[in-house]
Design a protein around this ligand. Structure first.
Ligand SMILES: Nc1ncnc2c1ncn2[C@@H]1O[C@H](COP(=O)(O)OP(=O)(O)OP(=O)(O)O)[C@@H](O)[C@H]1O
Ligand SMILES: [Mg+2]
Length: 335
């Protein structure tokens, strides 16, 4: 069963009202249980073949969302539909197949690769665990995957410490590709690398996307990092999305006050195009006790907004989805 949108784009991943609330251990004298709302009522569709860039400040819940999608965390509430199948309503055996379909690449390739295993063992592990390939075909596939990610097949006998950061990330990508996934969650996949190496890995990911018909959820801190690779961008704030739009629309016409502040933080070389940076007051509020009503209200610079006390959901506004009723009701956002 597949799901199709009005623009005839096929939805691969559909998330509705997703929450991950971590229970916090209380002290001996305190009986009250607190919850940290890492992801809170998040709704999102990702289309087949696209690269969806997800940005937001540290601690806003990006990795937690990625881990729920990849099946590493169980959602507290909400629904994850993959290719029309509700991942929360299937058996553990069926879930295994979807665990192959959705792979994750992490920020730090060194800590995500087992230092005691050779490259061949690292890349073949998912094939052995998932029983997707057998005997000599495993070794052949390892060589093929190494070539796909731009590494010589002779490297298969080496260990992770014998590689540079960029090469290690290529090994991580080869491992993610081993079981022919359909969706890859790239969690800050290039953030730890040198700028020139970042560009190489981004180009590699872009090439692999067309070659293997992949879909990406590409997570990064800032908008500058997702600019080149993404088709659409989602801006996350305190556990939920505040704006989703095609890449150009986010850069040329940001609508949510938070997105406007992120865009204003991107350095612009042309002095004629420079705009004043919007500095938000305060830090990201605690996800243990988020602001009531609009979750951005404690840092919002819109004066006299009449919706501060109302919780906001994503609403369509042109080709954007914006969680700000002030905007969707036609209000002006000026700094
Ligand atoms: N296993 C856990 N138990 C309790 N709290 C957690 C756990 N994992 C994450 N958190 C909390 O959930 C919130 C979101 O964390 P998460 O790692 O998803 O943020 P992030 O957006 O990926 O941040 P960064 O950009 O720094 O990687 C944070 O407040 C974090 O402390
Ligand atoms: Mg993270």
């Amino acid at each position: 069963m597949t799901n199709t949108t009005s623009e005839n784009k096929e939805v691969l991943l559909s998330i509705k009202g997703l929450c991950k609330h971590f229970e916090l251990k209380s002290g001996l004298l305190n009986n009250k249980t607190n919850y940290l709302k890492a992801v809170d009522n998040l709704t999102l569709d990702i289309y087949k073949g696209e690269c969806f860039g997800l940005v937001g400040e540290s601690g806003c819940g990006k990795t937690t969302l990625g881990k729920m999608i990849a099946g590493l965390y169980k959602p507290t509430q909400g629904e994850i539909m993959f290719n029309g199948v509700n991942l929360g309503a299937i058996t553990r055996n069926e879930r295994r197949k979807y665990a192959r379909d959705i792979q994750m690449i992490f920020q730090d390739p060194y800590s995500s690769l087992n230092p005691r295993m050779t490259v061949e063992e690292i890349i073949s592990e998912p094939m052995v665990v998932n029983k997707t390939h057998h005997g000599p075909e495993i070794s052949k596939r390892v060589e093929y995957l190494l070539e796909c990610v731009g590494l010589a097949k002779q490297y298969k006998t080496r260990y992770p410490h014998e590689f540079s950061g960029g090469q290690r990330q290529r090994i991580g990508i080869a491992r993610a590709l081993a079981v022919s996934p359909r969706l890859i969650v790239c969690d800050e996949a290039v953030s730890a690398l040198d700028v020139s190496i970042q560009a190489q890995i981004l180009n590699l990911l872009d090439d692999l996307k067309s070659e293997f018909g992949l879909t990406y959820l590409f997570i990064a801190h800032g908008l500058a990092a997702v600019k080149h690779i993404s088709d659409r961008i989602g801006v996350m704030y305190l556990g939920s999305l505040v704006e989703v739009a095609p890449k150009e629309a986010i850069y040329d016409n940001p609508m949510h006050p938070y997105t406007k502040s992120l865009i204003s933080a991107i350095p612009i070389i042309d002095p004629n195009k420079r705009k004043d940076r919007i500095l938000l007051k305060g830090d990201l509020p605690s996800p243990i006790d988020p602001p009531k009503g609009c979750r951005f209200n404690s840092r919002c610079f819109v004066e006299n907004c009449q919706y501060k006390q109302e919780s906001q959901i994503l609403l369509p506004n042109g080709n954007h989805l914006v969680a700000c009723k002030h905007v969707t009701e036609g209000g002006v956002v000026e700094h």
